[in-house]
Design a binder for this molecule. Structure first.
Ligand code: NAP
Length: 275
């Protein structure tokens, strides 16, 4: 599996399996590991830590990169350290490769990051980061921004947050892309269809390759063994500079993942566009 090196020197796989909304994860995880996936993305909110902990027993822990996320639910009557110890117990693992704050709605998130820095020093967490953070949230971290290895955000051809991505790059924060298929919103895009045809591949693989070629690790979900394998093949694609730029110009600031937990700014949401 291709990797990139985070600013703290840790190697992270470029591509991984998402587990949000997957009810029985043991089967897709076993299939994904068999195919060569080494990054698994989960979160307390997905409620699958225990099942995941069991499913990964078949592989040497050192070969796997587990990304999980904490939210306000974890921090009810618990310190960040207690919350992380609970997650470690659920996953039945001595450490978490990448621990993210799930969204800026986490109360007093700068204090939580401060506690995660201590857990990183103790080796319980190898890398730390945030998810769904905008520039205004990252700015609130002040000098602690140096410790932020990753910002996981929705990213695909119809949502490319140029300013935010540039801000992350300037601070050596790796942008990790989630929901690379944008719930199908770009499935009918003629430019993407043409590009996919010219590489004899699918639109979905084009999106994955496009993101990974920009050095963004990506997580995608599938319950189908065929599509798990197909998605992995995106690593082998090499898009031309012209096609990379063409795809970047398709951006419509269309976000599909939002809710009361979010604090996004100017983007149009898909529901608004459909109305
Ligand atoms: N940090 C956050 O707030 C946040 C938010 C959302 C998601 N995430 C993470 O990102 C992961 C991925 O995002 P997501 O699960 O929302 O959506 P996604 O991976 O973009 O899309 C999953 C959907 O695409 C289908 N699919 C998969 N491969 C395909 C292919 N090659 N061709 C056509 N369709 C394909 C899947 O159907 P089949 O199962 O039938 O293949 C499924 O319906 C999540 O699972 C989660 O781990 C994080």
């Amino acid at each position: 599996m291709k990797t990139l090196t985070l600013k703290n020197g840790v190697k992270m796989p470029m591509f991984g399996l998402g587990t949000d909304g997957v009810t029985h994860i043991s089967k897709p995880i076993a299939e994904a590991i068999h195919l060569g996936y080494r990054l698994i993305d989960t979160a307390s909110a997905y409620g699958n830590h225990q099942e995941l902990g069991k499913a990964i027993k078949e592989i040497n822990r050192a070969e796997l990169f587990i990304c999980t996320k904490i939210n306000n639910g974890d921090l009810i009557n618990a310190t960040p350290a207690q919350a992380v110890n609970k997650i470690l117990a659920e996953l039945d693992t001595p450490y978490i490769d990448l621990l993210l704050i799930h969204s800026p709605s986490v109360h007093a998130f700068p204090a939580v990051i401060n506690a995660l820095i201590t857990l990183k020093q103790q080796g319980k967490v190898k890398s730390i980061g945030v998810s769904n953070f905008m520039i205004k949230h990252l700015e609130r971290l002040n000098s602690m921004i140096e410790h932020i290895d990753v910002n996981q955000m929705e990213c695909h051809p119809y949502l490319f947050q140029t300013e935010l991505i540039r801000y992350c790059q300037n601070n050596n924060i790796t942008v990790m892309a989630y929901r690379p298929f944008g719930e199908g919103i770009f499935a009918q895009d003629k430019v993407l269809q043409q590009i996919a045809a010219s590489y004899k591949t699918t639109l979905q693989q084009i999106s994955l390759s496009w993101l990974m070629q920009m050095e963004m690790p990506v997580v995608a979900r599938s319950n189908s063994a065929v599509r798990l394998a197909e998605n992995l093949q995106a690593l082998a694609l090499s898009l031309s500079t012209a096609d990379m730029e063409k795809i970047k110009r398709l951006n419509k600031n269309m976000r599909t993942c939002t809710g009361s937990w979010a604090d996004f700014e100017e983007e149009k949401f898909v529901e608004e566009l459909i109305l």
